[in-house]
Design a protein around this ligand. Sequence first.
Ligand SMILES: *[C@@H]1O[C@H](CO)[C@@H](O)[C@H](O)[C@H]1NC(C)=O
Ligand SMILES: *[C@@H]1O[C@H](CO)[C@@H](O)[C@H](O)[C@H]1NC(C)=O
Ligand SMILES: *[C@@H]1O[C@H](CO)[C@@H](O)[C@H](O)[C@H]1NC(C)=O
Ligand SMILES: *[C@@H]1O[C@H](CO)[C@@H](O)[C@H](O)[C@H]1NC(C)=O
Length: 367
Amino acid sequence: MTFAFKILIIVGFLSACSGYTWLSGAYNGSVYYACVGDSITFPWAVIPSGTERVTDMEWYFRDNDGNSETIATYVDGEFSVPHSSHQRLFFAEDVGLTISNLTQEDFGEYFVRADIRSGSSFETQALYTFLRQPDPPRTDDNLLHARMLPGAVYRSGDWHVQLACGRFSSWGSSSFSVKWKTPSGRLLNSDTSLNSNSILMLTNPIEEGSYSCFIDIHEPAARCAYVPPNMLVSNEVHVDTCSINQVLYTIVKQANKDIISSLQQVFVLGNDTVRLVNGNKPWNGRLEVKYNDTWGTVCDDSFGVSNTPEVHGNAFYGQGTLPILLDEVACSGSETNIFDCRHNVVGQHDCSHSEDVGVDCLPALSV
Ligand SMILES: *[C@@H]1O[C@H](CO)[C@@H](O)[C@H](O)[C@H]1NC(C)=O
Ligand SMILES: *[C@@H]1O[C@H](CO)[C@@H](O)[C@H](O)[C@H]1NC(C)=O
Ligand SMILES: *[C@@H]1O[C@H](CO)[C@@H](O)[C@H](O)[C@H]1NC(C)=O
Ligand SMILES: *[C@@H]1O[C@H](CO)[C@@H](O)[C@H](O)[C@H]1NC(C)=O
């Protein structure tokens, strides 16, 4: 047989066997984390299809010094372990290989080899994986650093101040869950992780006082990793009305900037041309405009401004007493001054003050 012919036959064998799959979750190179005493299952079994048959499986272990040994075999439906030291190994075709009661010596690299036969052709498949103990947690400053974030998030109709713990520069592939202790001693889980920080979103009304965070050593990943004592309790972050308001003020300030820039396009807010009166927030109220040194109101008839937040008619922010200056106002959004919008001749209207228009530039902001 020529060499080229041999290759042809091997290729023919390979393509004849292709219906089988590994159990779901079996990936090459996956890393599993476990503790001494745990049980671990590698989903290492092949599901044959059609006429295929798994004739032979063999599992190997390579320790940290690079020594390999066969730890278990599965030949013609018979699972066996060659050494008495491996009596903690179990295999089930629909589960994979389980090692129970892990010892310190079990951590290292594992391989499996499976021979799948279909008729006269066969194929060999291999997978490898690593079994490790969790790495200790690490943070940038080697401390859990609890602090209040300078911004808040908008969730379920409300603004929420957030606390951050960490930040963890390396979690390995395992994750350590971070818990929070509130001033009244309640224990809360972190809500999310953002840029390696564990985040707690405070619920409103906010409980004032000192918050701290800590690594939950009962959590599986932390249970058997060395967690340095300084990571068991963080510094405390003090939360009070003043610090909360500072955060919320930042949002309002930013929001105001956004509003002003969007409103300036149309209303020239802040240039003594437009003002919001009788609102309960700086960004809402009855719309009043100044023309020829006289302030007056705007009628809601046909009032339309594209790109603008919520518009309220029917004197939502109370009835004005000043002259009604603008009626039938229609802005396209490209105007730089409300008087550039299409409107009736200033002062001409068929309105009463019950039709005074108001705007809420940030309907969602309820601080
Ligand atoms: C687990 O292993 C330890 C030491 O290797 C042994 O003392 C213990 O009895 C074992 N437990 C089980 C359930 O096999
Ligand atoms: C897994 O990796 C090994 C070593 O690189 C390779 O021989 C084997 O074919 C790979 N298995 C799969 C299913 O990709
Ligand atoms: C503000 O008013 C002044 C004086 O009337 C005017 O020169 C200026 O262009 C106005 N600014 C804007 C943004 O319209
Ligand atoms: C502006 O106001 C002055 C005095 O109130 C008035 O004489 C003048 O006619 C007004 N101009 C316009 C364009 O309404």
